[in-house]
Every structure is written in C-alpha cells, then in structure tokens.
Design a protein around this ligand. Structure first.
Ligand code: NAD
Length: 274
C-alpha cells in the first residue's frame, strides 16, 4: 500500500510495538493517529511523530467511536487501522473471571468493534487495510497464560474471518504474529515468560520494520520470527507430538522456573509466545 500521506491509526501506540509502528509509519510519510489508554504516552509518541493523540480505551464502543471520529475529523478517512493494543493475563483455569473478560474485551472485541465501525466506509469506497497485532500464541499456545493464548486464537480467528468475507471487496487484513518482543509486556511479565522468550526476542523496531515492510505484500500472516511457520506446521500435521513437546516445556517451566539448555532439535515444540 502507498503510505505517503496515508491516514494510519495505531491502538496501544504509546509504547512497545505500537509506538514502533507509529514511528515507522510516520517515517514512511503516513499521518498517524496514536491511541493509548495512557494519555501521557499517547501524547508523547504523537508529538514525536508529528501526529495526533487520542487517549481512550480502544476496546469499548465509546472509545472506538471517539478514536475514529477524531482521526477522520483530523486527517480524513482512515487507510490503515493497526489494532495493536493488547493485554497479557497469565494463569490457567484458575485465573479469575476478570482476567478472562479483560483478555476477551481487549484482545478480541476491540478488533470486532473497530471493524464494525470501519467497514461501512471502507466497503463503500472499496478500500481499507486492517493490521491486527496477534501473537504467535494465536497460532500456537502459551504454557503459562491460558487467557492470553485463548483470546489470541480469537484475535486470529476474527482476522481470518474478515479476510475470508471481505478480502475480495478491497479490504486487506493482515495478522502480525511475533514471539517474544522486548517491550514492557515481556520485560515486565513473569519470570517463566522471560526465561523462555528473551533470548530470541526481537526489538519492537524490528517487529515494526517487518510489519510495515509486509503491508505492500498483503500476505495474511506476518511472522517476524519465521520459525513460527514451522512450529505451526508441526502443530497441524502432528498434533500429538506437538502437544507432547509443549507439555515438556510446561513441565520444565513448572519445575525449574528457568530456561533449559536442551536443544529443540529439528521438530521443536513451539516455545510459548507472550
Ligand atoms: N511483547 C511481546 O513479546 C509480544 C509478542 C507477541 C504479541 N504481542 C502483542 O503486541 C501488542 C502490543 O504489545 P506490547 O508488547 O507492545 O505491549 P506494551 O504493554 O509494551 O504496550 C501496550 C500499550 O497498549 C496500551 N493499551 C493497553 N490496553 C489498551 C486499550 N484497551 N486501549 C488503548 N491502549 C491500550 C498500553 O497502555 C500500552 O501503552 C499486544 O497485542 C500484544 O499482545 C506482544
């Protein structure tokens, strides 16, 4: 897609991957609307990229309405919507309902609500680009965070659905699925996540470079860690073996709490992304 003068909205753009996306898009000449729950962060990044800040909750109908109407009022119709804001809630079945509900609202419903508000104008003009920040957890799993893994599968499923139903109507949908990325989400998360993912973690700038570089291709999956494609293939073609590998990782995390040096071999269990 042509990014020069394009109108781009980035949710959760005040930090991490979202801030890196905002910076990179602005370098490409886009006019960027930076959204974040945190006003100070949104304002700082918007100033830095010469864009417009909208501080609101991108997961609510009211927040989406405000974000879209300010973006349209400031720059005109939105060309690229980066549904990037996300939350990482850990735990298993014992995780409180609040963790599951928040994960659902932010990781899934924010995307549904944005698409609901964007599609009428996009379909009318036959053009629109929706970049969903998912996670490799949406393709694979996450051994210490069931609410995250389950909700990210929902994020990916909704992006696929949008692509299936609207992909031939001028709507491009892409799913950005990194493993570990050196942001507050990973660095401030639990020890197990850091131990498993930090060694191979990318910087948010590297992830944004890959994502923005792939916008023109329109290919659905964007994998900053290319090995994730192999892990997904293993999951699809030999589920029993993949599950057994994931159980080994889960056990290792539970018993050791630190990263094993065991080689993953050529049929690796996929490490759990955040
Ligand atoms: N960090 C990783 O290792 C990693 C890996 C794969 C995918 N992801 C995904 O990338 C996305 C960005 O994560 P990050 O690592 O940059 O996180 P981060 O915590 O560093 O930054 C997220 C930003 O989003 C904002 N935010 C949270 N909820 C919001 C809401 N409802 N409305 C508006 N803003 C909101 C936060 O205030 C924060 O500034 C998330 O969807 C995350 O799941 C992260």
């Amino acid at each position: 897609m042509e990014l020069s003068e394009a109108v781009a909205v980035v949710t959760g753009g005040g930090a991490g991957i979202g801030a890196a996306l905002a910076r990179r898009l602005s370098r490409e000449g886009a006019r960027v609307v930076v959204n974040d729950l945190d006003k100070t962060r949104a304002t700082r990044i918007a100033r830095e990229v010469g864009g417009h800040a909208v501080a609101c909750d991108a997961s609510t109908d009211a927040g989406v309405d405000r974000l879209l109407s300010e973006a349209r009022g400031t720059y005109g119709e939105i060309d690229l919507f980066c549904a990037n804001a996300g939350v990482a809630r850990g735990g298993g079945a014992e995780a409180p309902d609040e963790a599951w509900a928040t994960s659902w609202e932010v990781n899934v419903m924010a995307h549904v609500r944005a698409a609901r508000a964007l599609l009428p104008a996009w379909l009318a003009r036959g053009r629109g680009h929706f970049l969903a920040t998912v996670s490799a957890a949406g393709l694979l799993s996450h051994v210490t965070a069931a609410p995250y893994a389950v909700s990210k599968h929902g994020t990916l499923a909704f992006a696929e659905w949008l692509s299936i139903v609207h992909g031939d109507q001028g709507i491009t949908v892409q799913a950005l699925c990194p493993q570990g990325v050196r942001t507050d989400m990973l660095l401030g998360g639990d020890d197990a996540g850091r131990a498993l993912l930090l060694d191979d973690a990318l910087t948010p700038e590297e992830v944004a470079d890959t994502a923005v570089g792939e916008l023109g291709s329109g290919r659905f999956l964007i994998l900053p860690h290319p090995e994730v494609a192999r892990y997904e293939l293993h999951r699809a073609t030999d589920r029993e073996r993949w599950l057994a590998g994931m159980r080994r990782i889960s056990e290792r995390v539970k018993s050791a709490g630190s990263k094993s040096t065991e080689s993953a071999g050529d049929h690796p269990p996929s490490p759990p992304p955040p």
